[in-house]
Design a protein around this ligand. Structure first.
Ligand code: SF4
Ligand code: MG
Length: 328
């Protein structure tokens, strides 16, 4: 299968007055053409910083990619100049965010905004770009695209604006789409429609998708693989089907218990007790130990490695030999 993205040993740190925050601390994954990888975890786990790192949009000078490799179609993005990256962004790698209103410019029509992307990256004339914009609006299921193309963002509903964002992101037929909480701001019905649309586009266009979300329900809908992050590290990674059927890491088990099951009436949802550790004062050993009901002595002294177990990867001493963990 054609590999679109390969991330190896990625470390992205933030240098602040309070100390060094190791927001992404040694992350590895690959993503193939036409596949969707869901990256999940609570806020501050490093999932958004991972996606910003791939786009080379980590805010400097505080934030810095300090180690690792990001290969896009075999090409190392960390060796690119800013000018080369500008050429790649919006063209070969696109991104959509949670709130489309903040990413769309209120003073230009939606057609103008999609046209800009096409003129910049594909060298199209205004006439060619307008035709393509209408085609893209049609593709993402916007009714009366010939009329909508001349409207302003405020004339559209939230769901329509998110469709416009997707149309704009896909206008240049990128090899990789990064979607960070793309449906979080939308109501449930619209959310389902947008997820359905992403699934359909992935199949039709073969786009590889990195889907960043706190919501495992969203992952279950669209992703092929899921990577669970906790405190800057991957704690579990494997096929969606497998992880939902047999979650191994205590953190993943907790996340899965906190998804509402629509097939049954639930009185209250189980939540994972405790907070994500302070990123400036990470505990020694396993970073989940302070919240883990299975924590053993070794867990507070040694860091578990990410190891293969039964077809997927997990970072936990419940699987494997705790004496092999790294001290610290
Ligand atoms: Fe819990 Fe220990 Fe596994 Fe960490 S390594 S998740 S503390 S059992
Ligand atoms: Mg985020």
């Amino acid at each position: 299968m054609e590999q679109v993205l390969e991330v190896k040993g990625l470390k992205t740190y933030f240098y602040t007055e309070d100390g060094v925050a190791k927001s992404v601390d040694g992350v590895d994954f690959t993503l193939s053409k036409g596949k969707t990888l869901g990256i999940v975890g609570e806020s501050g786990c490093g999932k958004s910083v991972t996606s910003l790192s791939v786009m080379r949009l980590v805010s400097e000078p505080a934030g810095k990619i300090v180690d690792g490799e990001i290969l896009f179609n075999g090409d190392n993005l960390l060796a690119k100049t800013e000018k080369e990256m500008r050429d790649i962004r919006g063209n070969r790698i696109s991104m959509i965010f949670q709130e489309p209103m903040t990413s769309l410019n209120p003073v230009f029509t939606v057609g103008n905004q999609i046209n800009e992307v096409l003129k910049l990256h594909q060298g199209m004339t205004t006439k060619e770009a307008t035709l393509k914009s209408i085609e893209m609006l049609k593709l993402v299921g916007i009714p009366l695209p010939e009329k909508r193309v001349h409207e302003y963002p405020h004339q559209l509903s939230g769901g329509m604006r998110q469709r416009v964002m997707i149309a704009m992101a896909l206008a240049c037929n990128p090899a990789l789409l990064i979607a960070d909480e793309p449906t979080t701001a939308l109501d449930v019905t619209i959310q389902a429609q947008i997820l359905e649309l992403m699934k359909d586009l992935k199949e039709r266009l073969g786009t590889a998708i990195m889907l960043v979300t706190h919501d495992l329900g969203v992952v279950a809908e669209v992703a092929d693989e899921v990577m669970v992050m906790y405190a800057g590290r991957v704690v579990e990674h494997g096929a969606v089907r497998e992880i939902f059927a047999k979650p191994m890491h205590p953190y993943t088990q907790g996340l899965l218990k906190s998804i509402p099951d629509i097939s049954e009436e639930v009185e209250f949802l189980e939540t994972i007790e405790g907070l994500v550790p302070n990123i400036y004062e990470m505990p020694a050993g396993c970073s989940f130990a302070p919240r883990c009901k299975h924590a053993m002595d070794a867990c507070r002294e040694r860091q578990p490695a990410l190891t293969y177990d039964g077809g997927h990867k997990v970072r936990c001493f419940l699987y494997g030999d705790a004496s092999e963990g790294e001290v610290g």
